[in-house]
Design a protein around this ligand. Structure first.
Ligand SMILES: NC(=O)c1ccc[n+]([C@@H]2O[C@H](COP(=O)([O-])OP(=O)(O)OC[C@H]3O[C@@H](n4cnc5c(N)ncnc54)[C@H](OP(=O)(O)O)[C@@H]3O)[C@@H](O)[C@H]2O)c1
Length: 268
């Protein structure tokens, strides 16, 4: 991918965690960046770090993407500034582990809006501009969890099933359009405090599947640019994905239930 002046990689959730690692990997390749996250100090600190370390242009846009009008605001802002997006990476998302009734209606609403509606609307709004700009890359951050039904992680896993399936379908639809669509499906990654606390309560074997955020970010960008459809860092995660296709669903669901119930009880 050529790092062109005035061309930008837009990364939602680019301030911390996996999104930040993806931003570093893009910056290392000379791409200019638009980082989108909640308007907190972290966003500015990451932008400043990337500007001074990689001598690229980094724009920031602070907003709550779970509010659908934020997507419109972001797209208008991009057009007004005449920034051309040729890479769109939808990373921002929130998870949870616990009994379904443990979380409020408003939490689930926010989770579905952020994990499902925001990436859909952003792609819908920017795809025409991307085609006019000569094509590019879209990468959505799904999850290994999206290939399973996971009791005690019911809604989160379902939002990621949406992302995984939507990305595959869109990739096929856009095959000859000049836009390559990939989906990144990580397993456990020690990022924020909540995820780290959950992983501390997982079994030894589950912890063997974790991959560092830095490695996920680097693999994600390298494989996105290579045009890979599904990017799944970690050999054990790829083995689990393949086994899931062979083992009856009642068995994988039972294993997931006992693993995630333990985490839900211990982390509560
Ligand atoms: N960690 C894992 O084990 C794992 C595994 C598979 C998939 N994933 C997926 O990977 C993605 C990133 O997860 P992560 O673990 O890196 O999380 P993280 O460290 O908490 O980072 C999440 C990013 O999203 C931003 N964000 C959160 N809520 C937002 C909102 N309402 N509006 C705009 N931006 C918002 C955060 O911004 P601020 O921090 O600045 O507020 C941050 O930049 C998510 O989609 C997650 O589902 C994670």
């Amino acid at each position: 991918m050529k790092a062109l002046k005035n061309y930008y990689a837009l990364i939602t959730g680019g301030s911390t965690g996996i999104g930040r690692s993806i931003a570093v990997s893009c910056a290392r390749r000379g791409m200019n960046l638009i980082l989108v996250a909640l308007p907190e100090q972290c966003l500015d600190e990451t932008a400043q770090y990337l500007r001074s370390s990689y001598h690229i242009s980094v724009e920031t846009y602070g907003c709550d993407l779970s509010e659908p009008e934020s997507c419109t605001g972001l797209v208008n802002w991009i057009r007004n500034k005449n920034l051309q997006v040729n890479v769109l990476i939808n990373d921002a998302g929130i998870g949870c582990t616990g009994a379904f009734e443990h979380f409020s209606e408003s939490f689930y609403e926010k989770q579905i809006k952020l994990n499902v509606i925001a990436p859909t609307l952003l792609i819908r709004s920017l795809i025409g501009d991307m085609k006019k700009n000569g094509g590019g890359y879209i990468m959505n951050v799904g999850s290994l969890a999206g290939f399973f039904s996971i009791p005690f992680k019911d809604v989160y896993a379902a939002t990621k099933s949406f992302v995984n399936n939507f990305s595959r379908a869109l990739r096929s639809e856009l095959k000859h359009s000049g836009i390559q669509v990939s989906v990144l499906c990580p397993g456990g990654v020690r990022t924020n405090k909540q995820v780290t606390a959950y992983l501390d309560h997982h079994s030894w074997i589950a912890n063997q599947t974790t991959v560092s955020a830095e490695e996920v970010g680097e693999q994600a960008v390298a494989k996105m640019l290579a045009g890979k459809a599904v990017i799944m860092p970690g050999l054990l995660n790829r083995i689990m994905y393949r086994l899931n296709k062979l083992v009856p669903r009642s068995i994988t669901e039972g294993i997931a239930k006992s693993e995630f119930r333990k985490v839900a009880l211990e982390a509560a």
